[in-house]
Design a protein around this ligand. Structure first.
Ligand code: IPM
Ligand code: MN
Length: 361
């Protein structure tokens, strides 16, 4: 019997509540499909910081490296720890385990409504492939002469041939896999860029995109400046399939993407090391929403979706597909709706309904 060891980091705010629901679904999948999961929970985050003066132990990566995957709730609580400090937890794992793809599917499920009127289940089905280890997040720079009139800051983005190429290749490969399911007419990779203004980094990025695209002649390409792309996301979401974006641009457009898919409560992400040299990390992309913590009212679908992505990555494809069917069935029926969906069901009622649907047949 296959067996997976999963590290769970609930994190802050609502992280614990949504992580519990994700774990429930993971166990339901294991029960039905005959694999084993062992989980170990790590209490790192802002409360840990208040006690120990750091977000996580120095040997965190060593502790995590032998797990098959990591499941993260969410991190950050600005009342306790400044965000640029608390978020080192997340960024250290992304970079330390070379999780160079941040895959964020954007799909509007039937039964969910989006605040964007062009968004329907027929028009919203795309995936953002965000570069996740370099670019604008390279953490390279400094603050100088702070507090004086000569004060200045430098934050230099780093774009490498290897870093751009590998994430773009992933995007084309993904478009190829999606083509099998959705038909050739939809297969397209859109290059999210800003090479009209960023005359070194993004010109370089575009050139690498052109090089990589030549290896995938069967997949159409186009490009959009990131500002225009936000407009097209709203106006014509149906024209997108796979979008490849730099770290910062990918961050920004996926919050807009979350609205296309009905809100932050539906948006999941996978921080992937596709070469499987290190564990990958799966997380809902919403924040920790400390004001809702402990109330059991937030939507657990995003966390459950990230478990679905974890199982897909681990090769438990049937279980992953089943979780998606269960999510679709529950949302479509409209019987269980959390507060963000205009209902009054709890975080755990959503998780329970999805588990029940998985185990029903
Ligand atoms: C995300 C988040 C993080 C990011 C923050 C919390 C550092 O916004 O995962 O999208 O910018 O990557
Ligand atoms: Mn973000």
């Amino acid at each position: 019997m296959k067996s997976y060891d999963i590290a769970v980091i609930p994190g802050d705010g609502v992280g614990g509540e949504v992580a519990v629901e994700g774990e429930k679904v993971l166990k339901a999948g294991a029960q039905k499909y005959g694999f084993k999961v062992g989980t170990e929970t790590f209490g790192w985050g802002c409360d840990y910081y208040l006690k120990h003066g750091r977000m996580m132990p120095d040997d965190m990566l060593k502790t995590l490296e032998d797990f098959d995957a990591i499941f993260l709730g969410c991190v950050g609580d600005a009342d306790k720890v400044p965000d640029h400090i608390s978020l080192t937890l997340l960024l250290t794992i992304r970079k330390g385990f070379d999780q160079y793809v941040n895959l964020r599917p954007i799909k509007l499920y039937p039964g969910v409504s989006s605040p964007v009127i062009s968004a329907t289940p027929e028009t919203v089905d795309m995936a953002v492939v965000r570069e996740n280890t370099e670019g604008e997040y390279a953490a390279n720079g400094g603050i100088f002469k702070m507090g004086t009139p000569d004060g200045f800051a430098l934050q230099t983005a780093i774009f490498t041939q290897k870093g751009c190429e590998r994430v773009m290749r992933y995007a084309f490969e993904l478009a190829g896999r999606r083509m099998e399911a959705r038909g050739a007419e939809h297969a397209r990779v859109t290059n999210c860029t800003k090479s009209n203004a960023l005359n070194y980094s993004m010109v370089f990025w575009d050139r690498v995109f052109d090089q990589v695209s030549r290896d995938y002649p069967e997949i159409k390409t186009d490009m959009a400046m990131v500002d225009a792309l936000t407009m097209w996301f709203v106006k014509n979401p149906n024209t997108f399939d796979v979008i490849v974006a730099s770290n910062l641009f990918g961050d920004i457009i996926t919050d807009l993407g979350a609205m296309l898919q009905g809100g932050m409560g539906f948006a999941a992400g996978a921080n992937l090391n596709p070469d499987k040299m290190f564990p990958s990390m799966f997380e809902p992309i919403h924040g920790s929403a400390p004001k809702y913590a402990g109330k059991g009212i937030v939507n657990s679908v995003a966390a459950i979706e990230s478990i679905r992505m974890m199982l897909e990555h681990l090769g438990e494809v049937e279980a992953a597909r089943d979780i998606e069917s269960a999510i679709v069935a529950v949302l479509k029926s409209g019987r269980v709706r959390t507060r963000d969906m205009g209902g009054d069901n709890s975080t755990s009622e959503m998780g329970d309904a999805i588990c029940k649907s998985i185990l029903a047949d």
